[in-house]
Design a protein around this ligand. Sequence first.
Ligand code: UN1
Length: 495
Amino acid sequence: MQANEVLSHFGLKHAGDHAIRSPIDGAEIGRVSYDDAKSADAKIAKSVEAFRAWRNVPAPRRGELVRLFGEELRANKTALGRLVTLEAGKILQEGLGEVQEMIDICDFAVGLSRQLYGLTIASERPGHRMMETWHPAGPVGVISAFNFPVAVWAWNAALAIVCGDSVIWKPSEKTPLTALATQALFERAVKRFGDAPANLSQIVLGLRDVGELLAKDRRLPVISATGSTRMGRELAPVVAARFGRSILELGGNNGMIVAPSAKLDLAQRAITFAAVGTAGQRCTSLRRLFVHETIYDRLVPSLKSIYAGLPIGNPLEKKTLVGPLIDKAAFENMERALASARDEGGKITGGGRALENEFPNAFYARPAIAEMPDQTPTVARETFAPILYVMRYSNFEDTLAKHNAVPQGLSSCVFTQDMQEAEKFLAASGSDCGIANVNIGPSGAEIGGAFGGEKETGGGRESGSDSWKAYMRRQTATINYSDALPLAQGIEFDV
Ligand code: UN1
């Protein structure tokens, strides 16, 4: 299926003021028009209206809509996965995986729609009952990034919809077509469902200014934003200034410690998938590798030879493992980071542009291994590219401290067969990240767990576990069924 066939499969027209180019070859694959302040405002008003109706629909019935949406995703997995590849440049396997992640969260949310429970708490007053109820929060603004153009929205939207909220989505300006295709599938589910309010899910398109409009708007009690730490730093105070709630999933600088007892064959595969998968453009990508000195000279040369044979190329082709970077700016960032790593004493293998003749208007990069003398300032920064900084270590505790000594705190892992090391890594004094794995790479999390991280990663949690609570408001209700009016804390106040 070519781009135009995929787009017409979703009923999308090739029209609008802004051209969307595929990172595969730079060719125009579609066009869109941006919202302005007026149209965004009107959409937010419609979102409020949709919320007012939807909040009164019983949650298990709301789950039925998400179940139907999951069916649409299943039936259109190939087409949507392909569009993800065309628009974001990730290999087809990962494009399909992304749609699978949407399906998984729909299944999770359907189950959740029958489990939005609160507590009943013993009251200190006789003839009283005290309980907590979770109510829908309101219209939820979702701002998503190019690298997971549809899955991260689904983490938010599937939960928000079963929680009784409406959703208004600003996708990355680099990937609006996958968003519009997803919206088309959602509309099909709405139609089959029958009596959902109009505009339960909407899209606003545009640049930063449109995201800012959402952040500022008091009608949106929850803003969930995924992107760079820089973006989060600008957005969070705007939401906080109106006492809105933000769910932030920002930069990561994820590390792996490979201990002497590690199964090196497993570590090697995990490292490669996590460092070069999605061309290093996941927030969970592996960027920092700490290798024990006794195995360094075995592991690192073998990684280099794997890197030398990595199939870089068109992500639609089956054999390709490394697709293009999203754009020129991403490639230039990678080059800049490699240059400063070199200045800091790094020894670089790989890097540089690949396939320039074949794809003069696209930016394919050779994944790089940078052997660093220490955790230099460049290593401590997140560069959204396939650069793996490698460092030698001798002492586990010191390395753990170094692992934590970066501003970001998303994902982390240790490869070891030593129970003490594994447990130390997971202990209160261990990894300071939101995700910590043993004998698994840092990327490719399942939807069942809460997803997010600490420090400059922003502190938000999306997806599984009890992340749903962020899309609802909690109400503590106490009911007096006695004939008296006892006051709490035994206070006497007779009138
Ligand atoms: C992201 O890069 O923003 O854990 C999300 C993973 C994926 C999600 C990544 N399930 O790598």
